[in-house]
Design a protein around this ligand. Structure first.
Ligand code: NAD
Length: 306
């Protein structure tokens, strides 16, 4: 059954589809019947320059294989123009893969405003603008699938990537909200932290490791999450690469629950610090209301429980 997943007559926009992961997505969806908007600004991995070649080559490859695709060369910062290309060429948009990305790695001490702003503009504002433009179409047709692209750097922090890590975790929060707001319109949004060989990773990993990390190995998960049959996995975070697919979630220690009155001092917290950090009886919070439940418990505590 899984091998039969198809996307006939659906329109898929893939940002940053001129190479790496984006190209793998574009070729896959085209091979399964979708019409593709191949967006790519065509610049360097640091976000400099631009050109039409990267997107054009992928469009040609799709057409040569009998598929349908159009190119778009706008920066994701002008995401409305990318969605406009989909509407003009194909009359609709069904699936949006926010994939475009750049790196401006540098230690925090040496980071400039430009390093920070460019990363935020491409990753965060780019995903926002593109999704914002697709959203009314998704709502109207009561169907939409969105993949945002985070990174292990965002989930866990990575040396020399304060800008990139901050932007990537922002996309997790962005996804969580879209998942909640989109659910009743059958708009499903998930976020992935991929690992794949590309020009972004080829200088930091040895060739034998890169060989195991083909961008194609990220595609099956994205295919499952964006398929019309998926209306249950929504607002989830996945780690994916080299054949490994896993879901990631928040874990909360059982924690310390003190009565919130004058006895709740720094010393009281310090005294039971082991409870704050003990994960032997964890819970898995998945919404802000979950915390309110804890507060109610704290209000009910008597002095003996402090
Ligand atoms: P890549 O450099 O091969 O692909 C990124 C593409 O985005 C490029 O073709 C580039 O031209 C395009 N792009 C850059 N800025 C753009 C803009 N403003 N507008 C439109 N297109 C633009 O790298 P990749 O590894 O395939 O990365 C794809 C995504 O996956 C990125 O968001 C990246 O941060 C993320 N990611 C990749 C890895 C990995 O292991 N490769 C790990 C974590 C996250």
């Amino acid at each position: 059954m899984a091998d039969l997943l198809r996307y006939d007559d659906q329109v898929v926009v893939v940002t940053g589809a001129g190479g790496g992961l984006g190209k793998a997505y574009a070729l896959f969806f085209a091979s399964r019947g979708a019409k593709i908007v191949v967006n790519d600004l065509g610049g360097s991995f640091k976000g400099e320059g631009g050109g039409s070649k990267a997107a054009d080559v992928v469009v040609q490859e799709i057409k040569a294989a009998g598929g349908e695709a159009v190119a778009n060369y706008d920066s994701v910062e002008n995401g409305d123009k990318i969605i406009e290309t989909a509407i003009k060429a194909f009359g609709r948009i069904d699936i949006l893969i926010n994939n475009a990305g750049i790196l401006r790695d540098i230690s925090f001490k040496n980071m400039t405003d430009k390093d920070w702003d460019l990363i935020m503009a491409v990753h965060v504002t780019g995903a926002y603008r593109t999704t914002r433009a697709a959203w009314p179409h998704f709502r109207k047709q009561k169907f939409g699938r969105v993949i945002n692209t985070a990174s292990a750097a965002g989930l866990f922090g990575s040396f020399g990537q304060a800008n990139y890590s901050a932007a990537k975790l922002a996309l997790v929060g962005f996804t969580e909200v879209l998942a909640k707001e989109g659910a009743k319109y059958n708009i499903v949004c998930n976020v992935i932290a991929p690992l794949a060989a590309s020009r972004m990773t080829e200088t930091v990993m040895p060739p034998e490791v890169l060989e195991q990390l083909k961008p194609q190995w990220v595609v099956p998960l994205v295919a499952v999450l964006t398929h019309k049959s998926n209306n249950h996995e929504n607002g989830s975070i996945f780690e994916v690469g080299g054949g490994h697919v896993a879901k990631i979630r928040w874990e909360r220690s059982e924690g310390l629950l003190l009565k919130a009155d004058e006895s709740y001092t720094p010393g009281a917290v310090l005294k039971q610090w082991n409870k704050v950090t003990d994960f032997s009886n964890p819970s898995y919070p998945d919404g802000p209301n979950d915390f309110l439940g804890l507060l109610e418990k704290s209000m009910k505590l008597g002095p003996s429980e402090q």
